[in-house]
Design a protein around this ligand. Structure first.
Ligand code: SF4
Length: 307
């Protein structure tokens, strides 16, 4: 059995991009150190802030909630709460919500659940079954982001923390490059620019690969929901996931390099696309045009169901 590089215990992981062998406790320390460093970089805490963690119940958001609660929950004056959006996907979301509620109970964190049905009067299952023009996930992603922003504001949150890991981030960067959507690239979180009506997002797991969030949740014995969403196979992101994993397998460190390159060009992108003046949509959410994207998509469903 290979030994840990830092002590005499057995190693549980070879970190391929650095060549390090780590035991369970040094692996957890390695994860926690990078998360603390990212939180210091992304958050400007003066005391009295409330941070809403977007928790679906999957492993990444469960790890994010646990780390945020452990690292910041004990900080005087900082409050952590959890928000779960129930998209209305039968056989999937019903089982994850009680799991999040139990994790929040253990951590002593307030848990708020909001559903698409309550906010928009429609479930994801109804949207998936409707006469629509876009992939299911395109509706879900936009509506969920808008729902999270709306509820975070209702909860007086200063930040929304998400469970996006290194793989997710590298996929988003590559997807936007491939589509030529440079403006959206300039707006990917974490958000340093505060815009009225938009709760800034922080990404504590931005430097942690998905395989490490999985191992961390196993070592820490965290309970998470590991069912796959029935609509996930349709997602365009899957193609980018396999391309990036393939590159990482052949050239360890590729995901970190994608992120590093992105971070280096980000100031230039942000100069090219300064924050737009936002107005208020009829639903109350901020928008660059007359209607916000969520309302536009919901309207398109009404139109296509009439045609
Ligand atoms: Fe929504 Fe798509 Fe994720 Fe399912 S896989 S929860 S439909 S974004």
């Amino acid at each position: 059995m290979t030994k840990c590089d830092k002590c005499s215990k057995d190693s549980i992981i070879l970190i391929r991009y650095s060549g390090a062998h780590l035991c369970a406790s040094h692996f957890c320390e390695f994860v926690e150190k990078r998360v603390k460093c990212e939180l210091r970089r992304q958050l400007k805490l003066k005391g009295g802030e409330r941070i809403a963690v977007a928790v679906s119940g999957g492993k990444d958001s469960t790890v994010a909630l646990n780390l945020m609660s452990t690292i910041l929950g004990s900080r005087k004056g900082t409050e952590i709460c959890a928000i779960t959006v129930d998209e209305g996907i039968s056989g999937y979301r019903e089982s994850s919500i009680p799991m999040v509620a139990e994790n929040c109970r253990i951590l002593g964190v307030r848990h708020v659940v909001v559903s698409f049905e309550e906010l928009y009067g429609v479930t994801m299952d109804e949207i998936a079954g409707s006469n629509r023009n876009l992939a299911t996930c395109s509706y879900c992603g936009v509506l969920r982001r808008a729902a999270m922003n709306r509820v975070a504001k209702r909860e007086n949150a200063d930040y929304i923390a998400t469970g996006l890991n290194l793989d997710d981030t590298a996929q988003s960067i590559l997807m936007n490059f491939s589509r030529g959507d440079v403006e959206r690239l300039a707006r990917l979180g974490p958000h340093k620019r505060i815009q009225a009506g938009l709760v800034p997002r922080v990404q504590p797991l931005r430097l942690i690969p998905e395989s490490e969030t999985t191992l961390y949740s196993i070592v820490k014995k965290l309970k998470y929901h590991d069912l796959e969403c029935p609509y996930a196979p349709e997602a365009l992101r899957n193609t980018y996931r396999s391309v990036i994993l393939d590159l990482e397998m052949k050239y360890p460190g590729t995901r970190h390099s994608i992120l590093k390159s992105y971070d280096e060009i980000l100031p230039t992108l942000q100069e090219m696309y300064p924050p737009s003046r936002l107005r208020s949509c009829e639903c109350g959410e901020p928008t660059m045009s007359e209607k916000c994207k969520a309302c536009e998509l919901l309207d398109s469903l009404k139109v296509s169901s009439q045609t």
